[in-house]
Design a protein around this ligand. Sequence first.
Ligand SMILES: Cc1cc2nc3c(=O)[nH]c(=O)nc-3n(C[C@H](O)[C@H](O)[C@H](O)COP(=O)(O)OP(=O)(O)OC[C@H]3O[C@@H](n4cnc5c(N)ncnc54)[C@H](O)[C@@H]3O)c2cc1C
Length: 361
Amino acid sequence: MIETEILVVGGGPAGTTTAKYLSLAGIKNILIQRNFHFKKPCGGGVRLDAFDTFEIDKNLIEKEVYTLNLVHKKQKISIDITQTPIAIVDRVKFDTALRKQAKEAGTDVYEATFVNLEIFENYVISTIKKEDTFIKIKSKYVVAADGVNSKLRKQVNKENVSATMTHYCDITSQQYTSCTFHVGAQVAQKNYAWAFPHAEGSNIGVVGESQCLSVLKKDLLLEEKTKDLGYKIPNYDNMIFYKTRVFFVGDSASQVLPFTYEGIYYAMGAAKILSNVLINKEPPSAYEKQWKEKYAKKFDTLLKLQKLFLYNDFTIRIMMQLYKSQYIQKQMVLMWLGDRELTINAAFALKVIKRIIQRRK
Ligand SMILES: Cc1cc2nc3c(=O)[nH]c(=O)nc-3n(C[C@H](O)[C@H](O)[C@H](O)COP(=O)(O)OP(=O)(O)OC[C@H]3O[C@@H](n4cnc5c(N)ncnc54)[C@H](O)[C@@H]3O)c2cc1C
């Protein structure tokens, strides 16, 4: 039996960030990651400011993006994001570097798989499998950072993470330099399809059915033979923060921003909040409270905007019309990729209408 203060399950952005900050504060912790070579299916797009916020080596940035495009049928709107650029990372290199950072800070990092846990009043006994050996770990708390297929969520809360399927592929015949979002019932139903620069070549995909990926390929005039894959992405509709000595963080907690489905930044953001709560020995409920203070408004606003604007082609046409306004573009970008708060209410709607009328004059 190994003893530690905190066992962190999952070595992606959520788990590694939690482990790193715990170790920097001198809290003993073990991080287990099932496979050190795992390539998380991901576009790899992260807000550039994440590198300063979470103290990550900027050498991990493969590409930088300064333009976003919004495409609906034949209409295309380009949005300048020079003030809030997006970095593209290679997830194998990125996750490996984050695990290395946690290890250098003092975390014991094992290539091992979480199997099950027994919860007692003041501690948890987890069983992990390392190569062919089963090991028991006694800890005060367990952090479930084991992603969208979270085994811990199944065991502790008796449910799967509610999620939507994505279908995607890497391509080499196109070298995109901007991030393009395709919207419309044909290509993305009530979500979006994407064409992003990737660490090598480009990556395209859809949040939704696999036939939408075929529509996207047609729209992009792509003739290349591709290896199409599918993977789930959490829906922000049934978050969980803590239950019986187990904290949830990142995809396992459903902390993916609605509308954009950005998860890396928010996994690390939640991990930073959680590690501070553990370092300061605050009650477990402080994690949920502080997460909600920091992110709930943004998540709720984006969920409302997604439901409103991606409802059908008519509402998408309204969105495209609004996005022609430089004012709207600036507000949306600052809210999405910056930290500007945006309240969607009657006053905001009035302001938008005024701007559109002014523009038409
Ligand atoms: C197709 C697609 C594209 C995406 N594109 C973007 C994007 O461009 N930008 C963005 O911000 N987000 C994107 N996301 C979302 C993003 O990938 C996730 O939100 C993010 O990786 C969540 O981090 P995490 O640490 O919570 O989980 P993960 O990154 O999934 O990490 C969990 C880790 O736990 C390990 N694990 C699982 N089970 C066990 C176990 N039993 N024992 C030990 N280890 C275990 C896994 O191997 C994995 O390494 C995308 C998602 C998909 C599906």
